[in-house]
Ligand binder design. Sequence first.
Ligand SMILES: *[C@@H]1O[C@H](CO)[C@@H](O)[C@H](O)[C@H]1NC(C)=O
Ligand SMILES: *[C@@H]1O[C@H](CO)[C@@H](O)[C@H](O)[C@H]1NC(C)=O
Ligand SMILES: *[C@@H]1O[C@H](CO)[C@@H](O)[C@H](O)[C@H]1NC(C)=O
Ligand SMILES: *[C@@H]1O[C@H](CO)[C@@H](O)[C@H](O)[C@H]1NC(C)=O
Ligand SMILES: *[C@@H]1O[C@H](CO)[C@@H](O)[C@H](O)[C@H]1NC(C)=O
Ligand SMILES: *[C@@H]1O[C@H](CO)[C@@H](O)[C@H](O)[C@H]1NC(C)=O
Ligand SMILES: [Zn+2]
Length: 600
Amino acid sequence: MIKLDSNEKLGSSQFLKRKQLWSKYRYYSLLLILFLVTGSLLLDPGSTDINNKNDVSIFSTDSTVELCPKVHPLTPKFNKSIDYILNDPLYKKQSIERLSKAVQIPTEVQDVNPDPKLNPGFYSQFITLHRFIDNTFPLIKTRLQKEVINEFGLLYTWKGTNETLKPILLMAHQDVVPVNKDSVDQWTFPPFSGHYDPNTDLLWGRGANDCKNLLIAELEAVEKLLEDGFIPERTIILSLGFDEESSGVWGASHLASFIHERYGDDSILLVVDEGAGIVEVENGLYIAPVVNSEKGYVDVTIEILGHGGHSSVPPDHTTIGVAADLITLIESSPFPSDFQLDNPLYGALTCTAEHSTSLPSDIKNIILNAGVDDKHRNQLTQYVSNNKQLRDLIRTTQSVDIISGGVKANALPESTKFLVNHRVDFHSSVRETVLEDVERARVVANRYGYGLLFEGEYLIEPTELGFIEVTYSKPLEPAPTSPSSGPVWDILAGTIQDLFNNAFIVEKANDNSNDRNNSSNSSSNNGLYVTTGVFSGNTDTKYYWSLTNHIYRFIGALFDESSLKTVHSVNENIEMKNHLSAITFVYELIVNVNESDLAY
Ligand SMILES: *[C@@H]1O[C@H](CO)[C@@H](O)[C@H](O)[C@H]1NC(C)=O
Ligand SMILES: *[C@@H]1O[C@H](CO)[C@@H](O)[C@H](O)[C@H]1NC(C)=O
Ligand SMILES: *[C@@H]1O[C@H](CO)[C@@H](O)[C@H](O)[C@H]1NC(C)=O
Ligand SMILES: *[C@@H]1O[C@H](CO)[C@@H](O)[C@H](O)[C@H]1NC(C)=O
Ligand SMILES: *[C@@H]1O[C@H](CO)[C@@H](O)[C@H](O)[C@H]1NC(C)=O
Ligand SMILES: *[C@@H]1O[C@H](CO)[C@@H](O)[C@H](O)[C@H]1NC(C)=O
Ligand SMILES: [Zn+2]
């Protein structure tokens, strides 16, 4: 965490406001990218710059190797309520009420939140939410073990009958991003009204789509299973943080270490948290890009420490000028792009390329042959790096987000400092990223005759002008990539496929098959393909790596672009259909895991 002292010039309220703006953009783009990862391929297929446009011969359409086959649906035997959850009007009415009431409790968190032990009052809304959960889910209250971790984290344990089997762990977060006071009047319905409009099937309010929906869906599914008399063989854990929207430092971090202490390393079968949903990439073609990795993160702060003095006798370059040159250098040397086939994005691209009827064949060719030779892989790198929505998923990003320096018109700025936010590429590391910044600082230090300090060591001795210091904070390596094959994946993917068949989504896919009657093989292009995907942000799962290598970020609902755009913004909303589908997914997943014969 970068702290700006009070004697520095970005006033703290201004500083916070800027941070909030950034934060809003960051999360907005995080979710939007989920859609764009697949959607933008088709929305803007012409943006490629590839030279060899006529080189389409290598990809043979009658290839027997299917890169993105349709997963076999895993249909649960125990299915008492699947139909009921999806289609019963009374259940829907009750579910609307539950989600609406949860949205009405404004569990807002800021970017920086107090220690809940020292300032529990700050979190008083979470007490209200806990009371609501207790009252709304009576079977969970009486039958599950509830533990409160670090004051407001919720850990529910539904003990299985066989303690030798690894538990499954479902995550969600109780907090929501704050509503910007300046934009309250732009909301069609007040942000904490939880208003449901039967004409559009939309439920409105902050948190309706991130993440009260998943939180309540998990509780609803478990409550229903309890009601249905389901007895799990394998323990089921719900771990519900309360500050995901800042950093998870008080919530997920404590929950994860508590769970780790209890169960140990590699003790959990499967973790599922918020993430991508099902995306309709073109008419009738759906892709479920399960997010099985995350990019890394680091904030690098670079400070130019010079000397003060009167600005009537200035040096050639003030610390602001030196910082400006360094920033220019950083921005003019972006990190290289490199598409490796283990990038989770490749799954989503492959499925789109293999099954789309509207993607141009040269682009299909490049995607589908990227694994064949470096020529095509390099073309894919070039194609993706030319696409503004996708390019950041194949490289380390850099964004200069905060700057401060100078206090007065007639005084030389003694120091100027700025922060560069990096999202670290899957094939890079925090260290490699920070060292790159150090090298850039070295160039500018040499250019202006400054010293260079990094990790307590002068790489260049300080001069009479001063020195540049490079520090970093919030380091997070890229997440380990969870498997996209094997028995655990098969349960997850098969459940998603079955959900698709059960939920309303399938009707539309079937309808569309008629429109595509004349395509070369329309039947194989319709419907849902489950694969991997990725987004450029991080979730609470970053604290859970030691518990399992099977961590998936996915919500069992159709991702609808217009609702997605409202996440972290005004008029956040969710279509109730999608909420019911998310409940069904959790219900089916729990049952399918129980019905699998996994012996560990
Ligand atoms: C539930 O299982 C029964 C028996 O296998 C089957 O007939 C029914 O279609 C299933 N319902 C759902 C919604 O899967
Ligand atoms: C859960 O799995 C166990 C072991 O396979 C089985 O005995 C039990 O019937 C299952 N429970 C339900 C409700 O299907
Ligand atoms: C689809 O194509 C077949 C023959 O190619 C034709 O008989 C049929 O009417 C078509 N269906 C639709 C809905 O256009
Ligand atoms: C297939 O559909 C397209 C667009 O709807 C149409 O232009 C084309 O003539 C059709 N082809 C055949 C063989 O029916
Ligand atoms: C369509 O694809 C399926 C399987 O992928 C294949 O069995 C079938 O023969 C194909 N049909 C046509 C008309 O090409
Ligand atoms: C628990 O599951 C394991 C693996 O399937 C099995 O070998 C063992 O017999 C089970 N124990 C009980 C008490 O059911
Ligand atoms: Zn969220």
